[in-house]
Design a protein. Structure first.
Length: 603
């Protein structure tokens, strides 16, 4: 890391520069892994994620903003108000690169402002400004307001909406054209600090060790990435390009993970959206893929189109098959600043419990919750953001909602984080991914469903196993998690199919390292295990590595009919591959020493 992290205490209004030790950078690179090392001593079991001393760390990686292949991203980390565990989310757009151009590789926020504020960062300087006039604005409005107030071009703004102000535990941070740090509730932490937004503008150069070596590798990698078949599908169809196949093999959940078949599924695929409402594409900083969707609905207004998770969550999950309604629901989440995965999952649970009689009209304020009803879903989103009426219960998330009605096991979540929409009954590797992810039921720590579909990586030793095999693929899953941890440190978009040898060459040129591919993977393994240690300190144990009951029952129909992953057998093989204690789930002393993490035992 060649630039400081800007450290801001909103209580004292003190601003200073922080430089991580060089050995931390060489061991963890940047992004989420380095954030885990920086925050290790500040995250404790008794820390309330929404109290003033709780840290909120925005951190770039060594490739951020370098115009390399899909590396315009940054990470946001802390302690999650949704799970009480390690919080990590990453985001695309232009904000991260702009921060580096402004002279900082990160922003570390602590404390709480007395009244709402926003942070203005411009070429090595930072200023805390009052934001009373911005409080109550949605995420797009606040961007426009700040950009108008500054009267400068290309100011990049990361902001929260009403959801973050209300400290909803699954609220997000949004920047640019709807790029979000969506999962684990970092918007709530930002809101608890009375911090409405962080605006950045820079005119400096992106710092790299060896630009001469980096540029030709970057150019070739970008050309090859643009020409890759997967990239072209992403550009044409977005992240929902695989929806038809996901439906076919049974990994796309329907009716809150209860059904394997939905007659309207073909209406909510990437190809269907492209044929009906797509009117353009959008890209993050210097990205040659441009997977972002721009759609035009009946009102003639161009707006952000939904990605796969939003389409699945507000589509088949709720049995809604209208593209316009799904788009509106996704936009509501973005504007209010709510994670669309958690929101749609929680609404799905509410629909299920209403159908079964656990939730009644007396609980919902008279609102009927019926499968396929998009208007009821919109009302749920609005009420949740404002914590009004039935929204006060929805704001607790799926785990809290289910517990309120005495039906804890009805919630499809892991460790407090609602599951993403890749059913492990259709691709069994996701069973381990969800059960062991450091942030709960998340797919961004390993999109192993792609490996189960044949997207292997020989250079990494990641092999193909049949999609419904069990323990035999445990070590494979662990290695894939390590590789995704590398990506979350760089910060590299996992949609970019960049050959590992090219990633290695880019890292070595950018950071001045002389690593092998195995060294790079070892860095990922180190980051993964450090997050595990943090979570054990925060209260996670062996029993936490589990799946919700809904996924331990076979589906009656569809591409995954009749199959349930053998999670116990898979976990036993996984712990052995990881070098984790079978009884506690904690990395063994031997493994910690091997990774240079023996120091954690003295903390």
């Amino acid at each position: 890391m060649l630039q400081p992290i800007l450290k801001v205490d909103l209580t004292t209004r003190q601003v200073e520069n922080f430089f991580p030790p060089n050995e931390w950078i060489s061991e963890y690179l940047g992004g989420a892994s380095l954030a885990a090392r920086i925050l290790f001593d500040f995250l404790s079991k008794d820390l309330d994620p929404l109290e003033a001393r709780s840290p909120l760390l925005f951190l770039n990686g060594p490739l951020t903003g370098s115009a390399g292949p899909a590396v315009g991203r940054f990470a946001v980390c802390g302690k999650s108000p949704a799970t009480g565990l390690w919080a990590e989310s990453n985001c695309g757009g232009f904000w991260g690169p702009e921060l580096r151009k402004a002279g900082f590789d990160g922003v570390w926020v602590t404390g709480r402002a007395v009244t709402p504020v926003w942070l203005w960062i411009r070429d090595g300087k930072a200023e805390i400004r009052q934001a009373d006039h911005l409080w109550g604005q949605d995420t797009y409005q606040v961007q426009a307001s700040i950009q108008g107030e500054l009267s400068e071009k290309n100011v990049r703004v990361a902001s929260i909406g009403i959801g973050g102000e209300s400290q909803i535990p699954f609220s997000l941070i949004l920047c640019d054209h709807g790029r979000v740090a969506g999962r684990t509730g970092m918007g709530a932490v930002m809101g608890s600090k009375n911090l409405k937004a962080i605006a950045v503008k820079g005119s400096g150069e992106i710092p790299l060790i060896d630009w001469e070596a980096y540029r030709p590798i970057r150019s070739r990698a970008n050309r090859e990435l643009r020409a890759h078949n997967q990239s072209q599908v992403m550009r044409a169809l977005g992240t929902a390009g695989g929806a038809d196949y996901f439906d076919y093999i049974g990994t796309m959940p329907k009716k809150y993970f209860q059904s394997g078949v939905f007659e309207g599924a073909e209406k909510v695929s990437g190809s269907s959206f492209a044929e009906t409402i797509l009117s353009g594409v959008s890209a993050c900083h210097a990205c040659v893929i441009a997977c972002g969707r721009v759609v035009t609905l009946a009102d003639g207004k161009r707006r952000k189109g939904p990605e796969y998770e939003t389409i699945a969550g507000f589509g088949p999950n709720l049995l809604i098959d209208e593209a316009a309604e799904i788009t509106h629901l996704g936009e509501l989440c973005d504007r209010y600043g709510l994670d669309s995965i958690s929101m749609s999952n929680t609404i799905g649970l509410a629909y299920k419990m209403y159908e079964e009689g656990w939730i009644t009209p007396a609980d919902t304020g008279g609102l009927a919750l019926s499968w396929g009803d998009a208007e009821a879903a919109k009302t749920c989103v609005e009420w949740t953001a404002r914590r009004s009426s039935f929204g006060r219960l929805l704001a607790m998330g799926a785990k809290g909602l289910a517990a309120h009605f005495g039906q804890v096991e009805a919630a499809v979540q892991v460790n407090g984080l609602e599951l993403a929409y890749h059913d492990p009954r259709g691709a069994s590797g996701m069973a381990l991914v969800y059960a062991t992810s450091p942030r709960g039921g998340c797919h961004n720590q390993s999109d192993y469903f792609l490996v189960d579909m044949g997207h292997c990586e020989d250079d990494l030793g990641i092999r193909f196993f049949e999609r419904q095999e069990g323990a035999v693929k445990a070590a494979n899953v662990a290695r894939h998690q390590d590789w995704r941890t590398v990506g979350n440190a760089l910060v590299l978009c996992q949609l970019a199919n960049v050959p590992p040898k090219d990633v290695l060459a880019l890292v070595n040129a950018a950071s001045g390292l002389r690593w092998s591919l195995e060294d790079l993977l070892r860095s990922g393994e180190r980051g993964w295990n450090l997050k595990r240690v943090i979570n054990v300190r925060l209260g996670l144990n062996r029993k936490s590595d589990r799946l919700p009951h809904a996924l331990l029952r076979p589906l009656p129909d569809g591409g995954a009919a009749g199959y349930v992953p053998d999670l116990d057998g898979m976990l036993q093989a996984y712990y052995q591959a990881r070098g984790w204690d079978q009884a506690t789930g904690m990395p063994e002393k031997r493994k910690l020493a091997e990774l240079g993490l023996a120091w954690v035992l003295a903390r």
